[in-house]
Design a protein around this ligand. Sequence first.
Ligand SMILES: *Cc1c(COP(=O)(O)O)cnc(C)c1O
Length: 408
Amino acid sequence: MTAPVRARSSADLIRAEEPVLAHNYHPLPVVVARAEGSWVEDVEGRRYLDMLAGYSALNFGHRHPALIEAAHRQLDTLTLTSRAFHNDRLAEFAESLAALTGLDMVLPMNTGAEAVESAIKVARKWAYEVKGVPADQATIVVAADNFHGRTTTIVSFSTDPLARTGFGPFTPGFRIVPYDDLPALEAAIDETTAAVLIEPIQGEAGVVIPDEGYLRGVRDVTRRAGCLFIADEIQSGLGRTGRTLAVDHEDVVPDAVLLGKALGGGIVPVSAVVARREVLSVLRPGEHGSTFGGNPLAAAVGSAVVDLLHTGEFQHRAAELGVLLREGLASLVGKGVLGFRARGLWAGVDIDPTLGTGRDISHRLMTHGILVKDTHGSTIRLAPPLTITAEELVSALGTLEEVLRKGA
Ligand SMILES: *Cc1c(COP(=O)(O)O)cnc(C)c1O
């Protein structure tokens, strides 16, 4: 007789990771085994409200029925072809994503970093072929405190020492200016500039929202200078801020928009560069590619995500519930909260550092059944699924108040 298989406890599983898993993350000690909607459940059956939503990869909650159904249907039909052949899902995905963003063409990739890398390559090629920048002279202007991903080229223009130190030599061709500073941006642009690449709201930096007019200013400056405006909406996009894209708050249409995270519906990695025809037309066969980019499973899930967004329901929910979030956070200012920045269902909350680090607060919230993640120092980020109910949101804010009241 064989011994009954004993399920491994959370503590066992955390211990088991230590010697065999790279330590590039420092997760909270919760081991998630199941999830549905806004809730996750750990190995021992404890339930937690997910107020991080996979850094906005789970905008529609865990296992949204329409997305799961689209994925199941596609799994039963066709999963991968490579781009050596056409697949019957890609046309619809590209059409609907272009329509959603008001842009013309789609370059499908997988992860966010790949979309950023692809946009950098496209912008450089556009600079040489369309703008007439001399070979290998193109520059791209970016903002300090940016987060665009983890590849060698992308960390080359990060200002976060943790992201960069030990990873050189770095890719040249980037100029870093302060965020939300139009004069500095304008001064950094010259005849070699291919593009300005920014986040319309800086998520990892702590949900930093630029002053009203900044995004319109970036649009004006780049248009006048004859360079591209590339908006990294990988975290800010797809309903999070109460509009489809964060740039929609200023009625701005960039030359290229980068999407990822929620585009995969929390099921598969799906990213894309969506751009004006003139921009993406610089790519010809063989010049860029991805084995998995645009695969039929990704396209089916991505199309289902875009269908959800075409209804406007989620943008509306984020805007409405965002009012509750702002009111709730405003009532905590002076009660452990020093300040906060919020747009839609997205907030960076600066906790009084005497109460603990962002990680301490996240840990205490976890023991009270709420999952969040710190960004830097004593700032925590709230980004619940857009499917969260008003009651769940109010209850989470109540728990935050209680945790702050109890102090360190
Ligand atoms: C997460 C993120 C990325 C990178 O996405 P990955 O899928 O992790 O490579 C790029 N830009 C922004 C703004 C992000 O939030």
